[in-house]
Structures are given as C-alpha cells and as structure tokens.
Design a protein around this ligand. Structure first.
Ligand code: AMP
Length: 133
C-alpha cells in the first residue's frame, strides 16, 4: 500500500506553499516547469490527488482522474509548442527508476533531438542482463 507524504515538494506546490512556474491547470492536474531542466523544454505534469507514483495512481485513481491527467499531458505539450517538433514523456517509479519525489509526475521533455531512449542504449556493457521477451 502506498504511503503518501503530505509534505512532499509537489504537495506543497499544489497548496501554493512554494512557488512554481505554472504552464497549465485543470480540475485534475497541474503542469509546471522543472526546476533543473534536462532539455530545452522540461515540464512536469502532476495529478491533484495524493498519489505516490504511477503504481499507486493506476491502482487507486478514478477513471476521471486518470483521464484528467493524460488530457493535461497532451494539452501541456500543445501549450509549450512541442507537438510538431516532438517530445518524450517519462514517469519514474521507485528505486531503479531513481524516483526522487513521491508524488506522481509525468516529465515532458523536448525542444531539441533527445537521442536514444536510455543512456547507453539497450544492453549494458557488462551484459549483466539479457532481454527475456
Ligand atoms: P524524479 O526523479 O522523476 O522524481 O524527478 C523529480 C524532478 O523534480 C526532478 O527533475 C527535479 O528537478 C524536479 N524538481 C524538484 N524540485 C522541484 C521544484 N521545486 N519545482 C520544479 N521541479 C522540481
């Protein structure tokens, strides 16, 4: 069971207790610029409900909240002008993905060619794992 901390940074942004550079807002989601951008355009889209990560959200959010978040991702990408040039979305869940803030957030990245999907390509140099499917 997910353990949501009401004092995480994004909960504070939702309550306007710390500032953010907002891009888009709806009943279900808020989008704002990442404070440490990894691409010329780097925006985060978060649900307004208290969900730790995609795992919690997929299991426990209502259909309305799920639709609301994904519509907000699409609308935010339109608003920041990335539809024609292209963009990548990322949502990190837990340790292997290096999730740092435990309120679900969808990264939208774009503004220049983003390169391969993951650093280092698809097979690690030490061959420590093999594709199973
Ligand atoms: P993740 O590793 O997926 O949990 O990503 C967390 C992201 O939140 C990072 O890209 C940070 O740069 C970003 N971040 C942390 N604090 C803030 C903040 N106050 N406003 C906007 N973005 C933030």
């Amino acid at each position: 069971m997910a353990n949501y901390d009401n004092n995480n940074i994004f909960a504070k942004i939702l309550r306007d207790e710390i500032p953010s550079k907002k891009v888009f807002e709806s009943d279900f989601a808020l989008a704002f610029y990442d404070i440490n951008p990894q691409a010329p355009v780097h925006v985060l889209v978060i649900p307004k409900g208290p969900y730790v990560s995609m795992d919690d959200f997929a299991a426990n959010a209502s259909g309305e909240e799920i639709a609301g978040l994904w519509r907000a991702v699409g609308e935010t990408a339109v608003k920041v002008g990335l539809v024609e040039s292209g963009y990548r979305i990322i949502a990190n869940h837990s340790a292997d993905a290096h999730q740092e803030i435990f309120h679900l957030h969808i990264h939208i990245l774009g503004g220049h060619p983003l390169g391969p999907m993951l650093e280092g390509g698809d097979v690690p140099p030490d061959g420590s794992w093999q594709r199973t499917a």
